[in-house]
Design a protein around this ligand. Structure first.
Ligand code: ATP
Ligand code: MG
Length: 273
């Protein structure tokens, strides 16, 4: 598995019309091996990610923003747990975006988002994001059509500004199919320690599956750019999802040309008594 294979398969080129029916959520073709081998490979990448994150933090220069979007039970939480397992929590932050508070609603939709973007040396993972403002908001008509319609261009401009000011942006859509969602929701009902994750409201959203897929297609078709690309990650198989995302993160961080800060002079002569 290498970056070029992944880019060719899963990265959405700018201005490309996306039909999600043509993207196989169970695909695992970029890796030559089974689940066990895949998990081992992901563990190795996880160690690399740990070191790279330390370097990013120590150098204090680059900023990395990771956007995670998916249907309910699409695996956002599991991705964060697995891909960032063991990574030093200092310097890595998860920002989860729920239904906006009255204060957030009193501002423009990017207000709460901008506040959570990474500073130098930081990695921030968005668990849901400003894209909800063209997904759930569009599907439920929470604002007028002409209002959400112009948000695609606003989002592209917002991300362009972040990128030009030094933020590396990666956006992952975790692609599962409706049967996989059914299985995962059923597991939340069947397994007592997963009950807490079950929200009855998820069933109402599930009934809107086609509307959400159309909303995701619009997002992927209109907001994938060179500076802030979308990746459509086949996510029915959790091990494969983790592996592909880990590989993209490692390759991206390795491409940043990072260095540890210059040590103070004369360290070699120091004797600690
Ligand atoms: P899980 O997948 O584990 O259920 P979650 O991300 O769905 O986690 P919840 O607290 O269940 O977390 O749901 C958050 C809800 O907030 C989602 O239904 C999402 O659509 C909604 N939400 C997020 N941003 C907005 C927004 N800008 N406007 C309206 N609703 C939003
Ligand atoms: Mg939920």
């Amino acid at each position: 598995m290498n970056n070029r294979t992944i880019d060719n398969r899963y990265r959405v080129p700018p201005k490309t019309k996306i039909d999600l029916d043509k993207w196989d959520p169970a695909d695992h073709s970029a890796f030559d091996g089974d689940k066990d081998a895949g998990e081992k490979a992901a563990n190795k990448l996880n160690k690399r990610l740990e070191s790279l994150q330390e370097l990013l933090y120590a150098e204090g220069k680059h900023k990395l923003l990771i956007v995670l979007q998916a249907m309910d039970a699409g695996g956002k939480d599991g991705t964060i747990r697995h891909v960032f397992d063991g990574v030093n929590p200092q310097g890595v932050k998860v920002a989860s975006f729920k239904q906006p508070t009255p204060e957030e609603l009193a501002h423009d939709y990017l207000w709460r988002i901008h506040k959570q973007t990474p500073g130098r040396g930081e990695i921030v993972i968005f668990n849901r994001s400003h894209y909800e403002d063209v997904l759930v908001v569009r599907v439920h008509n929470l604002v007028a059509k002409d209002v959400w319609q112009r948000r695609y261009d606003q989002i592209v401009a917002f991300e362009k500004r972040l990128a030009e000011e030094g933020t590396t942006i990666l956006k992952f859509y975790l692609h599962i199919d409706k049967d996989e969602q059914k299985e995962r929701l059923q597991a939340r009902l069947d397994e007592p320690d997963k009950n807490w994750k079950f929200a009855k409201g998820d069933l109402a959203e599930r009934a809107l599956w086609p509307q959400y897929q159309a909303a995701y297609e619009a997002v992927l078709s209109r907001t994938s750019t060179e500076l802030a690309p979308w990746y459509i990650i086949p996510a029915n198989r959790k091990w494969y999802r983790n592996l592909v995302i880990s590989q993209i993160l490692v390759d991206t961080l390795e491409g940043l040309d990072m260095h540890f800060p210059q040590a103070e002079e004369g360290l070699a002569e120091i004797v600690i008594e």
